[in-house]
Design a protein around this ligand. Sequence first.
Ligand code: PLP
Length: 378
Amino acid sequence: MSIPKQEFELDPSIIYLNHASISPWPKRTKEAVRQFAEENCRVGATHYPRWQQKERELREQFKEVLNAPSSDDIALVKNTSEALSFVAYGLDWKTGDNIVTSSEEFPSNRIPWESLSTKGVELRQAAIHTDNPEQALFQHVDNHTRLITVSSVQYASGRRMNLEQIGEFCRKQSVLFCVDAIQSLGALQSDVQRWQADYVMADGHKWLLGPEGLGVFYSTPDARDRLSLSQYGWHMVENAGDYDNPAWEIAKSARRFECGSPNMLGIHALSASLSLLLEVGLESIEKRVLDNTHYLIEAILAAPDLTLLSPVYPAQRSGIVTFKPVNADTQALFQTLRRQNIICAHRGGGIRFSPHFYTQKEALERAMEAVRQFQALN
Ligand SMILES: Cc1ncc(COP(=O)(O)O)c(C=O)c1O
């Protein structure tokens, strides 16, 4: 695969290993925003139908990225947390129901479910730090389990879950299946149909290389019919735009989750970012991402003074590699890397590296050399 290097304009003094937080934009995304701003200044919304066309294009792009059956299953939302809350506050809970998740979830996939305790709903958190994290989840399921919700990839450890296996289990047990895909979408291939997922959500600013504040919420027709709505407005009805007609009904499509005016600026930006990912190809991207992970894991395992916190087992690997020094202070290592413009994160008690497909091997070598130098001095 040839990397479209002209698309990445990162300051050469920076080594950016933080795509699991917020990613730099490709050049075409900057251009899309610049052009949209210019058009707004010069002619306002004169060409609004063209903007709506861009919105439709983005839904089609998400359909492809997720392998969704239809773009009608795609809602454009504010962020992952909003979509998770739509599910948490849309389902008709009964006292005594429970939800099963993992103990490694980012707060967005824990807090909405925990907040349901006021309705007598229990959140069960399975310890998944094992060779078989899926089985660990299944052990917590009983006759009162209504939903399993997991991240496709855990934000701190980078543990990748076998979503197909979980989806299969959920189907057999008549349990709903919800996937927070923010840490894999754009890095690893997705297939909501093979996962048999009912709800899948993600935001655009991590591996999808877009701006913050625009995310995707996939739902199957049956699964979305099970959600009561909490936000209403002109845009979420079947006849949106027919303003003089007092009669309305909720849109059949996932647009029902979009109550008002769309985030057109974000739509232009994210559509540009997705066009790059789709041009490069999601299969090639996944391969490059996992090659980078392989390089980092080998380098960490070869260093006796470093402990790998991410899984070694290939099926559980993702774009995230987290490690810590055996004896030295992790925060001190993090600060040292930051001073050297190696942009990464301090998560789960370790240093989290998250390079993307376009990250060069040389950048990884330099980052690992900086870690070795720190270790030599501490
Ligand atoms: C697994 C996971 N879910 C959700 C989020 C937050 O998503 P949002 O800001 O789109 O709600 C993050 C951010 O780091 C995350 O890692």
